[in-house]
Design a protein around this ligand. Structure first.
Ligand code: NOJ
Length: 768
């Protein structure tokens, strides 16, 4: 039974039960602290250097710091040197020739009036030369320590080319696999996304931003970009403030707490105010509520685009809106040239310019650029080092999700399998396996699926390779006959299917997320051979696999796995390692189910097998009725094809005996929730144990489950362990009806298991 607060809960407005005193005190402290970040930091040596420099700068030089120029993708335009010399540029992007970077730094430091070094930005999203799995694949590892190592490898390789700032991590929660940029995101869940964001920030930035192998990170795209209508990139987003705070903003807050140096404003329109001109986001939330003391960069030309959105009449007004909303630096645009006039005629206070320049200079000092602006690549590990390749392989290995293994076809038994037909457009595709946003990736380092199988199978196993389709999209020029022949002659078929990398990423959204081209037909053709068929799918997003799932015996979902993808895939195929990846996003049965995600609301009519009906089972001329019916689709039901957190293994795991340390806790206290996990199968393997919680009654409705913890555990056959999660009442807080953070007393359910469908449940109460 709920306590006396029931009536309070029903009253919207300020008299809601507030969050724990501990949290409220923390928020108050942050708010007072951030009233003026510079004042608070006044005793800080970095802040003193920033202020001293600022005191010497002209307004033109300050505005110069607010401009990031495109360095011409390796061919810097002639005027760039002059602009740097004149103090008209504070940062560049898209230059990775270390000698040219060092020369531009020399001009900045030796030939500009105040010698302010440059920021050198680049999209180092999932690796630099050595490419890691796409971020969505990295999230499927559920292994933040490993993800941190990967980001450090990327940082070190990028730093050796003169880059000191990456536009990563992307921390946009997205529940739409049609969106091409889901590849760059850690998926649908704010908790997992936050964990990945923090890991990447730690990896990129390390403990010391000034170290040779660290670079500044950038949490992007602030905010809501992943909720683009119909998954169409750049489309409008409409997100109620409560959902924004409870879902989309959480990974950004975690990024601030992890010390991220910079933020990037999103291209998208949020509730009618495009993010690049959105004061609520950048002033109220980012600065006032969260106390962010790094700087905010626009997205590419997104200040100018404020007028294209229809928010402003032109660049001058756009510069006003963006700068006063809190965009400190304009990327690759010209709108901020109007800042001079806007200051001169008093439209913008010099305080706005000072604050932006100060935020930017602070990061330059923290990066150590004033002490040593030059890069000596010899001080850093070589590109594609053994360590880098090992981290890339391990990440790919742990990212692979076993979705199906019907007749125990996997792992392939070395020795028993004498011949393998390797078929498909992505078996030997060194570029495609790298995925989206790999400007600098070194294709020559790629180990393909075919390479991996050839290396591991041993010389006594015959490999028959048929590409079968020129690209994943092909409908013509297909070699299905050769494919069928190879399948007939072999013991087992391994089909490499999926999407080329160009089918995901920025501006590459799809409305149909089936396997493209004639791939489904290829599956059915090969099936005719009557041999076991394993599908290895390389893709930048979840695909709807309903139309092929029953025609294959096993499915390994490998995302775009990066440089070492083929080696990792082969190790999983041959059972060198049991697959341990778990889905960071729900896989729908069909596109019409989207958005479909585990943390949905219950609705007033929650679906169940008893209250749903399939279109084929409706009687002819049945009368219209909604009696007893619930929230489902007639043709798709309400279940996804595979749920969030799902992933099979070559062993089996048993969960039992869930328990809580206490039955009740009060605000400020911690409860331990634990369960026993046993490896009941025949091989050693890792399992990601997941904790889900439901707050049964809230002053705003709460999701049916929320992920609150996870732990990756390795167990030998027969081995058991008790896995514990500590939950503080702050972990149960949510933004209530008036959008303040609250923890409500009442009953909670907790589940521990191997996916978001976990069944082992326990209850506890939070007392007032
Ligand atoms: C546009 C993209 O939205 C952003 O993510 C990227 O960092 C910039 N371009 C720079 O390339």
């Amino acid at each position: 039974m709920r306590r006396t607060c029931r009536t309070v809960f029903n009253a919207p407005g300020p008299n809601l039960l507030r969050c724990s005193p501990v949290f409220a005190a923390a928020v108050a402290a942050i708010l007072s602290m951030t009233a003026n970040i510079s004042e608070v930091l006044a005793d800080d040596p970095v802040e003193q250097r920033v202020n001293a420099l600022l005191g010497q700068m002209s307004i033109e030089e300050k505005i110069g710091q607010m401009r990031q120029a495109n360095a011409g993708y390796g061919n810097p335009p002639d005027y760039l040197g002059d602009d740097i010399r004149a103090g008209r540029v504070g940062a560049i992007l898209n230059l990775v020739d270390v000698d040219v970077v060092n020369e531009l730094q020399r001009i900045a430091v030796e030939e500009s009036r105040l010698g302010i070094p440059l920021l050198v930005g680049r999209d180092v999203i999932h690796g630099f030369k050595t490419i890691l799995p796409i971020p969505l694949g990295q999230a499927a590892t559920w292994n933040p320590e490993l993800v941190e190592k990967g980001a450090r490898v990327a940082a070190s390789e990028a730093a050796s080319h003169g880059v000191n700032w990456t536009f990563a991590p992307m921390v946009d929660v997205t529940r739409d696999p049609r969106w091409g940029r889901i590849a760059e995101s850690p998926g649908e869940d704010p908790f997992l996304t936050s964990a990945m964001a923090v890991a990447m920030i730690r990896g990129f930035q390390g403990d010391d931003l000034a170290a040779a192998d660290t670079i500044a990170a950038c949490a992007k795209h602030f905010a809501g970009y992943g909720a683009a209508e119909s998954g169409r990139d750049y489309a409008t987003t409409n997100i109620p403030e409560n959902e924004l705070r409870n879902v989309y903003l959480k990974p950004f807050k975690a990024s601030v707490d992890a010390g991220v140096a910079t933020f990037m404003a999103s291209f998208s329109d949020l509730n009618g105010v495009p993010a690049t001109g959105n004061r609520f986001l950048m002033r109220q939330i980012l600065r006032d509520e969260w106390g962010f003391d790094g700087f905010v960069v626009s997205d590419w030309d997104s200040v100018h685009q404020l007028s294209v959105h229809g928010l402003t009449e032109g660049d001058r007004e756009s510069a006003y809106e963006a700068s006063t909303a809190g965009v400190d630096m304009e990327m690759a645009g010209k709108a901020y040239e109007h800042l001079h006039d806007l200051v001169a005629d008093g439209s913008i206070s010099t305080d706005v310019i000072d604050a932006a320049a100060r935020n930017i200079l602070r990061i330059k000092f923290l990066l150590g650029l004033f002490d040593d602006p030059y890069v000596d690549p010899d001080e850093l590990p070589p590109i594609g080092s053994e360590h880098a390749l090992q981290v890339a392989k391990q990440t790919a290995l742990e990212s692979i999700v076993l979705l199906r293994n019907e007749i125990g076809v996997l792992p392939l038994q070395k020795g028993k399998v004498k011949s393998i037909a390797v078929i498909g457009p992505l078996a030997e595709a060194p570029y495609e396996q790298l995925g989206t946003w790999i400007f600098d990736g070194d294709v020559s380092l790629s180990v393909t699926g075919l390479d991996g199988i050839q290396n591991l199978a041993g010389k006594d196993t015959k490999i028959r390779y048929v590409r079968a389709m020129p690209t994943s999209r092909s409908r013509a020029d297909v070699q299905f006959e050769e494919a069928l022949e190879a399948a007939q002659q072999s013991d087992v078929v391994v089909l490499f299917l999926g999407e080329e990398s160009i089918l995901s990423g920025e501006a590459h959204s799809r409305a149909d997320i089936n396997l493209p081209g004639a791939q489904a037909e290829l599956v059915r053709e090969v099936r005719k051979a009557g041999k076991p068929v394993v599908a290895v799918i390389l893709a930048g997003r979840p695909l709807t696999l309903t139309n092929i799932v029953d025609d294959v015996d096993a499915i390994l979902f490998a995302w775009h796995p990066g440089t070492m993808g083929g080696a990792a895939i082969a190790e999983v195929l041959f059972g060198v390692e049991s697959p341990s990846g778990k889905l960071p996003v729900t896989f729908p049965r069909m596109v019409g189910q989207i958005p479909i995600y585990f943390a949905q609301k219950n609705t007033g009519k929650p679906p169940s097998p008893e209250t749903t009906v399939h279109i084929d089972d409706i009687d002819p001329f049945a009368p219209q009725t909604s009696f007893g019916m619930t929230a489902f689709h007639l043709d798709a039901g309400y279940r996804p094809l595979w749920e969030f957190g799902f992933g099979l293994s070559y062993t089996s795991f048993e969960y039992r005996d869930i328990a809580t340390s206490v039955a009740e806790i009060r605000a400020g206290e911690t409860i331990t929730i634990s369960a026993e996990l046993k490896n009941t199968g025949g091989v050693p393997a890792s399992e990601t144990v997941q904790l889900y919680v439901r707050d049964l009654v809230g002053n705003v409705t709460r999701p049916v489950r929320e992920l609150k913890g996870f732990r990756k555990v390795r167990l030998d056959p027969g081995e058991a362990t008790r896995v514990e999660f500590q939950l503080h009442t702050d972990d149960l807080a949510f933004f209530g009806r008036d959008n303040t953070l609250i923890v409500e007393p009442g009953e909670f359910h907790a589940w521990i298991g191997g996916s978001s469908d976990a069944e082992l449940r326990v209850s506890f109460r939070v007392l007032e």
